[in-house]
Structure formats: structure tokens, C-alpha cells
Write a protein that binds this ligand. Structure first.
Ligand code: HEC
Ligand code: HEC
Ligand code: HEC
Ligand code: HEC
Ligand code: HEC
Length: 180
């Protein structure tokens, strides 16, 4: 290959990288190398640790006291020692990975409890991770949100037409439901 061809190809790659957003979101490094997989294998539910997801808009992260219930006491090394450093109080400063722009409102409770959408539908296979995700495994654009709302809305209309109304109200695709 001639130099101009190589430079041309590099330029195309650089352009694709920038335009298609292949760089993605910046990588997040967590204070402790928490493995989701190990804990799901103990038969813990997602909501054993993210219990706020069933009650509030935010899902939240577990309090350090919950970790110490299993990892407290005894001589520890490595990552567990880091967990125990919080034994005297204070919360582990986990960083956010999933985050919508501030003008969008997203209620977890509505989706988890009322609509019974599985966590994995929006977050991907968290149970397979042996280290914290540096980036979201899956993200939702406005079109993704609307697609599900419209599809569920049609389903509600169909059952209503058959006279078996499950949900009393049509699903909102109104701007104000999500933008506040
Ligand atoms: C033993 C407690 C525990 C269990 C069980 C658990 N998680 Fe987590 N989760 C955490 C901790 C700690 C973090 C922060 C560290 C990290 O990102 O790995 C976290 C982070 C997350 C995040 C990223 C949150 C953010 O800040 O953007 C998602 C999404 C998530 N968990 C989903 C799940 C799902 C889905 C399940 C079930 C398959 C699950 N978790 C089970 C403790 C738990
Ligand atoms: C129900 C008990 C239980 C809870 C609650 C729990 N863990 Fe664990 N955790 C375990 C077990 C069991 C293992 C696997 C055996 C081991 O390495 O100690 C493990 C493994 C780990 C490891 C990997 C250890 C290594 O050497 O690499 C980390 C890190 C960890 N847990 C952090 C946490 C954090 C942080 C929390 C709170 C968000 C938490 N755990 C909550 C039981 C628990
Ligand atoms: C319908 C899609 C959807 C479902 C279902 C869902 N999430 Fe989320 N989750 C999101 C979105 C979108 C965000 C970012 C929200 C924001 O920035 O306001 C998020 C953020 C989070 C966060 C970090 C921010 C916070 O709220 O604490 C955690 C942790 C989380 N989800 C865990 C879970 C768990 C656990 C489940 C299942 C019990 C679940 N999610 C179900 C879409 C979903
Ligand atoms: C079901 C929830 C939902 C509804 C309904 C909704 N949006 Fe959005 N909107 C989002 C989410 C999530 C984002 C951020 C993610 C993205 O940009 O795709 C967003 C982003 C936007 C943005 C910013 C785009 C950008 O490039 O930053 C605009 C503008 C917007 N919405 C306008 C509207 C208008 C106008 C309506 C009504 C016709 C509407 N939205 C209805 C969820 C919604
Ligand atoms: C997999 C399907 C699915 C996805 C994806 C989804 N939603 Fe929803 N959402 C629902 C269902 C179903 C309901 C209605 C639950 C009920 O009240 O019956 C709902 C309700 C809502 C409500 C409450 C509306 C009201 O009228 O009270 C808001 C706000 C909302 N969703 C925002 C979002 C945003 C923002 C996203 C994308 C980040 C999103 N949803 C993605 C299924 C979904």
C-alpha cells in the first residue's frame, strides 16, 4: 500500500470513530472491583441489593452495612480489605454508570413493579459480570423508550377491545411524562 492510501484509510477510521461515537461514554473505574456474577450465584436477587428500585424512581446502590453483613470481621486481603475499611462508617463512593440527561425523568418503580419489565431488558446481562462495568452494557435512546411505550399501548388497546381491560389507562408517549 502507498502512503497516501494508508493516510486516507486512517482518516476514514478516525472519522468513523468520531462520527459514530465509537469512543462511547468515558470509562468509569469503581473504588472496589465488585463482581456481580459471584453474588448472583449466591442466589441474591437484583432487588436484594437494589431494593429502592421497587419503591422509588432511583434504584440506588446497597449500603456498606449490607456488604459487611457477609464480609465484616476476620482477616481479609485485597478487595475485601477495601470493603472493611468502611467498617467505621461511611459509604463506598460508587460512581454512576447509567445516566440520562437531567431533563429526562425515569421512574424505576413504575417499570419494575407496575410494568414488570426485567432489569436485564434495559441493563443487559449484569449477572455475567466479574468486574464492575466501565460503561453501560446497553443504553436507551428516546426512540427505545417510545418504542416500548407504543408497543405496550397497542397491547392494552387490543385487550381493551376484547373487553379484558388490564390497565385502565393508555401508556403515555406525551413529552411531559418524561421531560420535566
Ligand atoms: C450483592 C449486591 C448486588 C446485587 C445482588 C446486584 N447488584 Fe447491581 N450493583 C451492586 C454494586 C455494589 C454496584 C456498584 C459497583 C458496580 O458497578 O459493579 C452495582 C451496580 C449496578 C448497576 C450500575 C449502576 C450505575 O451506577 O449506573 C446496575 C445497572 C446494576 N447494578 C444492576 C443489577 C442487576 C440487574 C442485578 C441483578 C441481576 C444486580 N445489579 C444485582 C450491588 C449488587
Ligand atoms: C450474602 C452475602 C454477601 C453479600 C451481602 C455481599 N457479598 Fe461479596 N461475596 C460473598 C461471597 C460468598 C463471595 C465469594 C467468596 C469470597 O471471595 O469471599 C463474595 C465475593 C466478593 C468479592 C470478590 C472477592 C475477591 O477476592 O475478589 C468482592 C470484591 C465483594 N464480594 C464485595 C462485596 C460488596 C462491595 C458487597 C456490598 C455491595 C458485597 N460483596 C455483598 C458474599 C456476599
Ligand atoms: C425500562 C428500563 C429499565 C429497567 C426495567 C430497569 N432500569 Fe435501571 N436504569 C434505567 C435507566 C434509563 C437508568 C438511568 C436513570 C437516570 O439517569 O435517571 C437506570 C439507572 C439504574 C441505576 C443507577 C442509578 C440509580 O437509579 O440508582 C441502577 C443501580 C439501576 N438502574 C438498577 C436497576 C435494577 C436492579 C433493575 C431491576 C430491578 C432496573 N435497574 C430496571 C432503566 C431501567
Ligand atoms: C418515554 C419517554 C420520552 C418521551 C415520551 C419523550 N422523550 Fe424526549 N427524550 C427521552 C430520552 C430518554 C432522551 C435522552 C436520550 C436521547 O437523547 O435519545 C430524550 C431526549 C430528547 C431531546 C434531546 C435530544 C438531544 O439530542 O439531546 C429532545 C429535544 C426531546 N427528547 C424532545 C421530546 C419531545 C418534543 C417529546 C414529545 C413529542 C419527547 N421528547 C417525548 C425520553 C422521552
Ligand atoms: C420494555 C418496555 C419499556 C421501556 C424500554 C421503557 N418503558 Fe417507560 N413504561 C413502560 C410501561 C409498561 C409503563 C406503564 C406502567 C403502567 O403504569 O401501567 C411505563 C411508564 C413510564 C412512565 C410513567 C408514565 C405515566 O404516565 O405515569 C415514565 C415517565 C416512563 N415510563 C419513562 C420511560 C423512559 C424515560 C424510558 C427510557 C429511558 C422508558 N420509560 C422505557 C414500559 C417501558
Amino acid at each position: 500500500m502507498k502512503w497516501p492510501a494508508v493516510i486516507g484509510m486512517l482518516a476514514i477510521v478516525a472519522l468513523a470513530w468520531g462520527v459514530l461515537g465509537l469512543r462511547g461514554a468515558p470509562e468509569v473505574t469503581q473504588p472496589i472491583a465488585f463482581p456481580h456474577k459471584t453474588h448472583i450465584e449466591l442466589n441474591l436477587q437484583c432487588t436484594s441489593c437494589h431494593d429502592r428500585a421497587e419503591k422509588e424512581a432511583v434504584a440506588g446502590r446497597p449500603r456498606t452495612a449490607l456488604c459487611l453483613g457477609c464480609h465484616g470481621g476476620g482477616d481479609a486481603t485485597g478487595e475485601i480489605k477495601k470493603v472493611q475499611a468502611f467498617e467505621k462508617g461511611g459509604e463506598i463512593p460508587w460512581k454512576r454508570v447509567w445516566r440520562l440527561p437531567p431533563h429526562v425523568f425515569f421512574p424505576h418503580r413504575t417499570h419494575v413493579v407496575v410494568a414488570e419489565v426485567k432489569c436485564q431488558t434495559c441493563h443487559g446481562p449484569m449477572e455475567t459480570l466479574d468486574r464492575p462495568p466501565a460503561r453501560p452494557l446497553r443504553t436507551l435512546t428516546m426512540d427505545d423508550c417510545l418504542a416500548c411505550h407504543e408497543e405496550r399501548g397497542r397491547r392494552v388497546e387490543k385487550t381493551a377491545a376484547r373487553g379484558v381491560v388490564k390497565t385502565g389507562r393508555a401508556l403515555s408517549t406525551d413529552c411531559n411524562a418524561c421531560h420535566r
